[in-house]
Design a protein around this ligand. Structure first.
Ligand code: TRH
Length: 398
């Protein structure tokens, strides 16, 4: 964890994998970007290396400490440990209010100046976020202040994660048919499947996938649905008639369902870029689908008392207020309206509006780009806090 003093800034990011891959997915993406684009010495503390390895196959699950793409990764085993002030990074981030070790916090309080301490929150389109973004929360006992940092969809939030080269990489890939074909062949697609309307499907187990397959079987043109291993396995197995392992596929009516490997993050982007429609979930794949510039349907992570429906509606209000078919389909997919997705008209209405949805996706990207990107905004905020602290110190000395 010793920050490299030759680098301008050091940063420690603490990530607890609560469920699924999104938490480490976001932290890993952020860590790489801070290191590669901003030269920050990043220490990523993560408690579940097995989960991490699914999105980054280079992870050694037995290593206490390892270097991965310029980031120092630590296996965060417990809340114990002994830390000294010189081990503390300039910026400390706890992801999603995970409790960082008490001894680490105590060592932070010994630092002069105190490190910048941020709680990086989850993404939501709700308006209250603007009022809470960057709010301070003083520690009850120690001379430390933690600040809330919210990703978001407006310029009064931290914006969305986006690597500087992402657009260029996407455009280059999409304008190279050989690269697209090679990628899809590697994912196991036949030439006929490559030529069909391709959809990727990433959702939670409660999504109404059987109804979706039914509507697509009756479609008037061929559809290939690419499902990563481990996603909607029960319904996929019932459809295919064998185990849902990569390579398994079956065609019935207009629909081919094909199980594809669960790939590393960069290839997941390529999958999104290769499809005409993407079903995504949680937070990270949801944001990647937005940067893919393709129509997408979001399956939001379920919360108690259907709080997630409020969040879903807040996003749809911003994204697709003018596209009724997309709103309705998204609400039905998430069980947020009485009408179920069984009605084949839902799909037909959505399909008919796809060209309009494609145009909206491009507009939205422009709008989101104008908010800057999360990593850059986070460093700007840290620099503001640092400047304010230096000014205060100067005044006290003067
Ligand atoms: O895994 P998720 O369901 O994560 C969610 C959210 O992060 C949510 O905020 C959190 O509270 C909840 O978990 C517990 O979905 P998400 O966010 O889309 O993350 C999936 C990650 O997996 C993302 O980084 C993309 C990556 N991925 C791959 O790398 N390869 C693949 O083949 C697929 C399908 C996904």
């Amino acid at each position: 964890m010793r920050p490299d003093k030759n680098q301008v800034t050091s940063l420690a990011l603490f990530c607890k994998v609560v469920d699924n891959y999104g938490d480490i997915g976001i932290c890993w993406r952020l860590s790489r970007q801070l290191q590669q684009e901003h030269g920050v010495a990043v220490s990523l503390w993560v408690d579940d290396l097995q989960c991490f390895r699914r999105i980054c196959p280079d992870v050694n699950v037995n290593a206490e400490q390892q270097q991965l793409q310029g980031v120092t990764v630590y296996h965060w085993r417990n809340q114990g440990g002994v830390y000294s002030a010189d081990e503390i990074a300039d910026i400390v981030i706890e992801f999603f209010a995970c409790d960082i070790p008490e001894a680490y916090i105590a060592a932070m309080a010994q630092c002069e100046p105190a490190p910048i301490w941020l709680n990086l929150e989850g993404l939501t389109a709700e308006e209250w976020v603007e009022g809470c973004h960057t709010l301070p929360s003083p520690h009850p006992r120690l001379p430390l202040t933690k600040y809330f940092f919210f990703p978001g969809f407006t310029d009064k939030t931290g914006g969305l994660l986006r690597e500087a080269a992402l657009d260029q990489q996407r455009q280059q890939f999409q304008s190279d048919p050989l690269a697209v074909t090679a990628f899809l062949a590697q994912m196991g697609l036949t030439p006929a499947e490559m030529a069909s309307f391709k959809v990727s499907l990433f959702c939670y187990p409660h999504a109404p996938v059987a109804a979706l397959f039914e509507a697509w079987q009756a479609n008037d043109t061929a559809i290939t649905c690419l499902v990563p291993e481990g996603v909607a396995s029960e319904v996929v197995e019932a459809y295919i008639g064998t185990l849902a392992i990569a390579g398994a596929a079956r065609t019935s009516g207009a629909l081919t369902v094909r199980v594809v490997p669960f790939v590393a993050q960069a290839d997941y982007d390529r999958l999104l870029w290769s499809c005409a429609l993407n079903f995504v979930r949680g937070e990270d794949s949801f944001v990647r689908a937005q940067w893919a510039g393709k129509p997408f349907i979001w399956h939001i992570y379920p919360q108690d008392e259907n709080l997630h429906h409020v969040k879903l509606r807040a996003f749809l209000q911003r994204y697709s207020a003018e596209i009724d078919s997309l709103n309705q389909y998204s609400l039905q997919w998430n069980g947020a309206v009485a009408q179920s997705i069984d009605a084949p008209e839902s799909w037909l209405l959505l399909q008919a509006e796809l060209p309009k949805i494609v145009r909206r996706a491009a507009q939205w990207q422009e709008q989101m780009r104008s908010n800057g990107d999360l990593a850059g905004n986070l460093l700007k905020f840290a620099a503001t806090l640092k400047g304010a602290a230096q000014e205060k110190q100067g005044k006290m000395r003067g």
